[in-house]
Design a protein around this ligand. Structure first.
Ligand SMILES: [Cu+2]
Length: 149
C-alpha cells in the first residue's frame, strides 16, 4: 500500500518537474533504540550520502523487523525502510542507491549482526561482510560484499 502511495507521490513530483530532486534524496525511516550509538553513526553515513533520514526511537526493533519482512536470523540493531524496502542493520549507502536504481523484487537489504568496519561500525578492525538481498519468502542471496577477502 505504502509503495503505491510513494509511486503516486513520485509521479506527481515528476509532473511538477521535481522528479530528479526527489529521486536523489529518498527518505529513509529508521527504527532504533534511544541508546544505540552505532545506529546514529549509520544514520550520519546515510545523510552524508544524500539520504534524508527520519529516526524513530522505539523500545524494541524486532517487531519492526518482522513487520517489514526481515527474518530475525538476519537481525541487527536497527531497522529502516525506504521506498517500500526494508533496510536491516549497517547497510552501506552505495548498496541502497543500487537497490533503488535496480528495484529488484525483494523485501529489502540486510547486514546481519554488526560487522566491524561497516558504516557506523568504523574502528581499527575491518571484517569482511555481505549485504544480503532478502526475498519476500524470507530467503536471501548475496547482494554486495565489503571489506577484505
Ligand atoms: Cu549497530
Amino acid at each position: 500500500m505504502k509503495r503505491k502511495l510513494i509511486t503516486r507521490i513520485a509521479t506527481v513530483a515528476m509532473l511538477l518537474g521535481q522528479g530528479a530532486a526527489w529521486a536523489a534524496q529518498p527518505v529513509i525511516d529508521v527504527y532504533k533504540t534511544a541508546t544505540c550509538g552505532c545506529c546514529k553513526a549509520w544514520i550520519q553515513h546515510l545523510e552524508k550520502n544524500g539520504f534524508t533520514v527520519k529516526a524513530h526511537d522505539v523500545a524494541d526493533t524486532s517487531g519492526y523487523r518482522a513487520k517489514f519482512g526481515i527474518p530475525q536470523q538476519y537481525g541487527s540493531c536497527h531497522t529502516g525502510t525506504v521506498a517500500g524496502y526494508a533496510l536491516e542493520g549497517h547497510v552501506p549507502a552505495a548498496d541502497i542507491h543500487r537497490l533503488l536504481a535496480q528495484k529488484p523484487k525483494a523485501a529489502g537489504l540486510a547486514v546481519p549482526g554488526m560487522p566491524a568496519g561497516s558504516p557506523g561500525m568504523e574502528g581499527p578492525r575491518q571484517d569482511p561482510y555481505d549485504v544480503l538481498l532478502v526475498k519476500q519468502d524470507g530467503s536471501a542471496t548475496v547482494y554486495g560484499h565489503h571489506g577484505s577477502k
